[in-house]
Each structure stands twice: as C-alpha cells, then as structure tokens.
Design a protein around this ligand. Sequence first.
Ligand code: ADP
Length: 171
Amino acid sequence: MPKELSPRIAIYPGVFDPVHRGHLDIIQRGSRIFDRLIVGVSVNPDKQSFFSLEERVGLLQLVCKPFPNVEVKGFTGLTVHFVRDLGAGIMLRGLRTLSDMEYEFTMSLMNLNLDPGIETVFLMAKEEFSHLSSSLVRQIAILEGDLSKFLSPEVNEVLGKRARQRNKTST
Ligand code: ADP
C-alpha cells in the first residue's frame, strides 16, 4: 500500500451504460480541476449491461477526444484498487439527487475505510442533467424516444441501433 498517490490525478469511475451528457459534463469540469483525469469503466456484477465493457470504453474514448488530459480505462474488481494502482489520490463522483447523496455517502465512507489514502470528491450535476441516468436513457431508447438532447450524436446513433435490434429480436 505505501505507493505515493497524487492529488492531481483523479479517477472518475462508473458503469456508463451508455455515457450521457450528465457524465460528460462531470468529465469536462473534472478535466479543468485535475492535471489528469482517468475515466474508469467498470463491470456491474448485479446486472447484465446493454453494452459490453469494450463497447462502453470505445464510446467514452470517442466522446472524450476533445479533452487532452482525459484517458479511459476499463477495470474489474474493487475501485480503490484500480485508483491506487494508477497512483491517483482522488476519486471523482457526480451527485444528482438526495437519493444519490445517501448512496454516495455510504460508498465514500466504505472506500475511505478500505483505503484512507484516497479521497472522494463530488461535483453537483448541472440542473439540466440532474434527472438524467443511463437506465432512463436505455428505457427511452427501447421505446424509440428522442434522446438527442441528452446524448452525443455518436452515442445516440449506436444506442438507437442497438435498441432497434433488441426490439426486433424480442418480437
Ligand atoms: P448511471 O447509470 O446512474 O448514469 P454511472 O455508474 O454510469 O450511473 O455513473 C457514474 C458516475 O456519474 C456516478 O458518480 C454518478 O453519480 C454520476 N452521474 C450519473 N449521471 C449523472 C448526471 N446526470 N449528472 C452528473 N453526474 C452523474
């Protein structure tokens, strides 16, 4: 555990299934605060994702291109292990609602217990994105609703295609 951790390097972990404009806003603001921001794309052990880990990493790489100090990496296992392995001292999270706060508070305390060398830093979601979640985005895509306000054009196209494919095979 004794590795030196940098407070100038932050990891922004999440499932990103798929990445939406609420995530991108946190990435953009985080990239202005930290010297290096690494988006950590994880596997959700509790449910099957809409996009594979490779697909989610690929989409994030595409939409993070405008930010030169942002990298994207997939990972499995404990987030604090991933953060420490990269020498980062900060875990960045976004906060939308009071219910997010309750969950994030518990998670950040647990992570602090698991690794006291890593601090969690929160950024409040912008008002216009505070109702936005990947699960809502997936539901709307399956019902073929317009998501152009909430997704980058590339993500919107790939998600629309995937949702139509799924709808076809399930009928
Ligand atoms: P979700 O599936 O709810 O979008 P993720 O695991 O992909 O969740 O989220 C990764 C991180 O991004 C979490 O810290 C989450 O709170 C944050 N986040 C999710 N949606 C938004 C949003 N609309 N605005 C700001 N932060 C968000």
